[in-house]
Design a protein around this ligand. Sequence first.
Ligand SMILES: [Zn+2]
Length: 416
Amino acid sequence: MRRVEGPLPSHAPALCARDGSAHPEIVEDSIRLGRIAGVQVGLNWSVLVVAWILVLGLATEALPALAPDQPTAAYWLAAVVAAMAFFASLLAHELAHALVARHLGTEVRSITLWLLGGVAKMSCDARSAGAEWRIGVAGPLMSLGIAAGAGLLAFSLDLLGAPALVGGVLGWLALINAMLGLFNLLPAFPLDGGRVLRALLWHHGGDRLRATVVAAGVGRTFGYVLIGFGVLLFTGGVLFSGLWFGLLGWFLVSAANAEAATVQRHDLLAGLVVRDLMSRDPVVAPAGITAAELLEHYVFRYRHSSYPIVEPDGTPVGLVTLDRIRRVPPEDRNLARLREIAHPLAEVPCTGPDATVESVVPPLAASRAGRALVLDADGHLVGILALSDVARALDLRALWRGAYPSSRSTAVASKA
Ligand SMILES: [Zn+2]
């Protein structure tokens, strides 16, 4: 069988990622296909690009090499069938993870096929090292099983004298599934094998955070190796494969970084609620005063950089920051009212004092104001939480952990 380096990597590995946290937009931005065994299955638009490239590579290069002298139309038909079978086997790989995860108590919300492979979005991480490695190997085992099945079938049909193209499609499926299984078994987090590696480290060291940091380090290194390999191929004239490996590497590096940061943050913020970090009873400004009045009566006096704005009855309606004031030309500051220039309430994340800090970080990081209003059950403003408060708490806790690495007590929370 000749190595195909045609218009596209019809033999390049696809990637399996779990936990949409690294690329949640992929999961959200997809066409819903329906449910299989209770799991929502979707397709990202980028799959259409891959499907086209695959069909093109198969019809013009791979299949003519595997089964020569067939009519052109037969190659295209077989290529479409093979590509569809490939996506079905990718889905089977992800479903294997999902079903084992569910069996072990972790719910899988959705499976999405995208440019580089499949993403299974879990509601939470595996509960134990044992669950993690079982979930991790399930997908690659499914792929290797499909590879063995397709290979055997190709072999038997060949003995029975079936058309060469049928054998060609099955042979290619066997090969691509074997690569899917083996590539994803590499111990590079967040690939399946990397998750298995993390589970082993977690099991032996008892520390999930440290296991993740080490496994993510291996994943990142491997990602850089893939990028380097991609650049070598690309400069050597193998454009599409070079691009493909470069993309895989880039994805691995960014996913490993994101996952390590999330786990680290999760660990450092454990046990902290908004009440612990917020500034209590913040100075508020009436929504009806002007920017000039705010500067004169509030900013120079209190020296805060943001003020929730309220209606006369005390209802918060937004948040004004110094940055918003700066955008008003000085000559207009006597006219511009705070309610016109402040971030409206819809743009400011709101939370309760007992919410976990971790739950507020994503909306806080995404908001332009960089601050969240803390409202009690009756909607009264009781505090304000800035992203910088969270950053400081993270720094302090990291410092605390560094100084007292054995301390894992929740007493840290009150000291942060
Ligand atoms: Zn997988």
